[in-house]
Design a protein around this ligand. Structure first.
Ligand SMILES: [Zn+2]
Length: 434
């Protein structure tokens, strides 16, 4: 009987940790455990522990929870709790192999554990999730640990009235979700040109540690309807691959071509923070790569995007600018002329001819000055690492399909109706008003 009881004891512990950490385990094991527990209801309960592993049922134990204040050091805190300078020195010394206790910062949480009035241990929260435990009751022991993060899936939907961000905030959801959504769909949808009536549905994670909200985790699946066409993306992750893919397993992230030509062209002047300008004869940065090519050579867009500028602009001559997503922009200077239909607001495809080499503006000869901007900063297009856009490997496709099936159904089940009803009600009001 004691043997069974002990077994039950261990199993109970295992089940408690299941419940607590939400670790996914094999379902059949879990079932076994539940049955065994029902047979052994009389086991005395385990001593209660707090999330840091300290037994808290002890009536002699006192826990003081506080926040590190400005100008407070570990030395001051521990001195206030009765430790001698020598004890503190020893603690800092031994701890230094594991963690630098001098790096405590105002605002961080800590706990002091006191037994019979004497401080015996401390928990220092280096972040909301990561903490160090320091015990000095007998030997000095220092451990780094982290609170298990609980991931909870949530869903939201919205219809764009003004901006994506306002719509998302209107749902009571972190603005971060808008940023993430724009990242997922940024290569397919121009988020600067969202239209009233565009709408989205999204399944994402909320992260919690110790009951405290940490923020949003991964987007798991999302649908975005823009100008009547539906875009869907699903998150996939395993040991080898992670990212967002469409229903067919194509990467949501697209690639930019290395250079804006169908055939390789000679670079006549590279990107430079300071070069001697051939005409102005002054040192100034050259935020582009010059390709010497005969007048009339077709120039192609390095990626899908939207034309934001197509005009004659001073020393730049005939310039076309294209926005590819939230972070990537390209510019093409000194063109002899634009390709037909290239004007601001027009969508272009990767490889589409947008204009022709010339020497308009400040140029000594026919060439294209090609410029790449990442988050509005000019970068060297020749040396920069451009995002990769590989489709999902064939061997992962089956695994991916089950993810898609699961989330596709869930996306379909998310209702837009409430919003649709209220927005059409607004419309009615508008008509009666005018
Ligand atoms: Zn140039």
């Amino acid at each position: 009987m004691p043997r069974i009881a002990l077994g039950g004891f261990v199993i109970l512990l295992a089940v408690i940790s299941f419940a607590f950490f939400e670790r996914p385990e094999k379902p059949e094991e879990l079932e076994d455990n539940i049955i065994t527990i029902q047979e052994l209801v009389e086991i005395p309960p385990l001593p209660a522990k707090d999330i840091y592993g300290f037994v808290t049922e002890d009536s002699d134990l006192e826990i003081i929870e506080d926040v590190i204040k400005r100008n407070e050091s570990l030395y001051i805190i521990l001195r206030n709790h009765g430790l001698s300078p020598q004890q503190i020195y020893n603690i800092q010394n031994i701890a230094s192999e594991t963690v630098n206790l001098r790096r405590i910062m105002p605002g961080q949480k800590y706990r002091i554990y006191k037994k019979n009035g004497d401080a015996v241990a401390m928990v220092w929260h280096r972040s909301k999730v990561n903490y160090a435990t320091i015990e000095w009751k007998n030997d000095i022991q220092v451990e780094l640990n982290s609170i298990p993060i609980i991931r909870e899936e949530a869903e939201t939907a919205g219809i764009i009235n003004s901006s994506l961000y306002e719509t998302i905030i209107g749902q009571g959801v972190s603005q971060r979700l808008g940023v993430e959504l724009a990242d997922v769909f940024g290569w397919e949808i121009d988020f600067f040109a969202l239209r009233s009536g565009d709408h989205f549905k999204v399944i994402y994670e909320n992260l919690y540690a110790n009951g405290e909200y940490l923020g949003i985790g991964n987007i798991k699946a999302a649908e975005f309807q823009h100008r009547g066409s539906v875009h869907k993306a699903y998150y996939f992750e395993n040991d080898e691959r992670r990212g967002f893919f469409d229903e067919e397993g194509n990467s949501m992230q697209k690639e930019l071509l290395k250079a804006p030509f169908n055939y390789s062209q000679r670079i006549s002047s590279g990107f430079s923070r300071s070069r001697l300008h051939p005409i102005l004869n002054q040192r100034r940065p050259h935020y582009g790569t010059d390709y010497a090519a005969p007048t009339g050579t077709p120039i192609i867009s390095v990626g899908d995007g939207v034309v934001t500028e197509a005009q004659y602009r001073g020393g730049n001559g005939n310039i076309v600018q294209i926005r590819h997503n939230n972070s990537y922009k390209t510019a093409y200077l000194h063109m002899s002329r634009f390709a037909a239909g290239i004007r601001p607001g027009v969508e272009v495809k990767q490889g589409q001819v947008i204009g022709y080499v010339g020497q308009t503006g400040l140029a000594t000869g026919p060439h294209l000055c090609y410029r790449l901007y990442v988050n509005d900063q000019p970068v060297n297009s020749v040396t920069v690492d451009l995002p990769a856009a590989e489709s999902l490997e064939e061997r992962f496709v089956e695994e991916y399909r089950s993810t898609v099936q699961l989330y596709e159904t869930r996306l379909d089940d998310i209702s837009l109706h409430r919003d649709l009803a209220s927005s059409s009600a607004e419309k009615r009001d508008d008509t009666t008003g005018s």
